[in-house]
Design a protein around this ligand. Structure first.
Ligand SMILES: [Zn+2]
Length: 351
């Protein structure tokens, strides 16, 4: 295996990240976890007005820069309405289907800082009462939060401090199996965030001298389309989104290699930069898959759309059942870490 990969540390950071609730729009706490980690490493960083963190490690060449980004924001929901029976209707944050959250435990984060427990359920869940429970459409009308408090009315729920606009986070249910799988919600994109943090740690602790000044952009608005599309230093030539590989029928991506994306919904990624990543993988015996993601966009494509003149590419660990109950394997994290290390040490494309 190419490069240094600390399996235990990577998994520990990942666990800490997924267990810190951070639906898009409510990411202060997770960004504090990131900033204290960077403080410990003595890596310089700035915070953007949007709440992202851009860390920078100087390289030999300080006129042409690189940027790697991963995002810490996740899917979630917001209180849309308190119903007359005291239950709560939801408005979803990010792109996913209602059935992916059915039965999941959650917290409602009130404005006073209280966390109220509940479960996301179909209103007509009980098959002893609703004959067609199985076929009722899971949608904004029929799904609700059953609050774990004695509430019977809208007033009861309001008294708990719950109001329209409160954020709702889903339980990650992090689990590591002996066979090397990691199961959790929000591996997208906290797995990549953990890898970037570990990469910075390796660079600092092994005194790796980077060929180019490299920025590590931890974004917090990717799931809603505008994460790493601002605050990009003008010297940045190459912009890499480190984000999940999408698995399914017809896809090449898997949970055991690093996925390199040639094209997604936003169009093709930069051809030569993508070829450079493939060549690095071949050269260092890194297990990789080249793939196309049918319904996907990244912070790299968001940066291009925002008008930045950069070469953009996308790669990351393969995530099974993305935006539902996700899973990956430690092998995918290893190969992704290897490609990250090989890339930051490599010469630039078409310099
Ligand atoms: Zn993502």
């Amino acid at each position: 295996m190419y490069g240094s990969f600390n399996e235990r540390e990577t998994i520990n950071i990942l666990k800490k990240l997924v267990e810190t609730p951070s639906p898009s729009g409510y990411t202060n706490e997770v960004m504090k976890v990131i900033s204290s980690y960077l403080d410990e490493l003595s890596v310089d960083y700035v915070k953007t007005n949007k709440g992202a963190i851009v860390a920078t490690i100087l390289g030999d060449n300080n006129s042409n820069h690189r940027l790697l980004t991963a995002h810490t924001d996740t899917l979630g929901a917001m209180v849309k309405e308190v119903k007359s029976n005291g239950r709560v209707k939801l408005s979803l944050i990010g792109g996913f289907s209602w059935n992916a959250m059915e039965g999941e435990s959650c917290f409602i984060h009130t404005s006073s800082g209280k966390k109220v427990r509940g479960t996301i359920l179909l209103h007509q869940s009980s098959v002893h009462v609703y004959k067609n429970s199985g076929s009722i459409e899971r949608n904004a009308e029929n799904m609700e939060i059953r609050i774990d408090e004695k509430v019977f009315s809208k007033e009861d729920t309001s008294k708990l401090g719950i109001d329209v606009g409160d954020f709702v986070s889903f339980d990650p249910r992090f689990e590591e199996t002996e066979s090397g799988f990691i199961k959790s919600r929000h591996l997208d994109d906290k797995a990549s965030t953990a890898l970037l943090l570990q990469l910075m740690k390796n660079i600092k602790s092994s005194n790796i001298q980077l060929p180019y000044t490299t920025h590590f952009y931890i974004s917090n608005n990717e799931e809603i389309g505008y994460g790493g599309n601002s605050n990009i230093p003008s010297e940045v030539v190459e912009y890499i989104a480190v984000d999940m590989g999408a698995l399914g029928d017809g896809q090449t991506s898997d949970e055991y290699t690093v996925s390199i994306c040639a094209k997604d919904s936003s169009g093709p990624y930069h051809y030569e930069l993508t070829r450079h990543l493939v060549n690095l993988a071949k050269e260092h015996n890194i297990g990789y898959k080249l793939d196309i993601y049918p319904y996907y966009g990244s912070d790299a494509s968001a940066a291009i759309r925002a008008g930045y003149d950069v070469k953009h590419a996308l790669f990351g660990p393969g995530i099974e059942s993305s935006h539902a109950f996700e899973r990956t394997h430690i092998d995918s994290l290893k190969h992704s870490a290897s490609l990250l290390e090989a890339y930051v040490k490599s010469p630039m494309v078409l310099e």
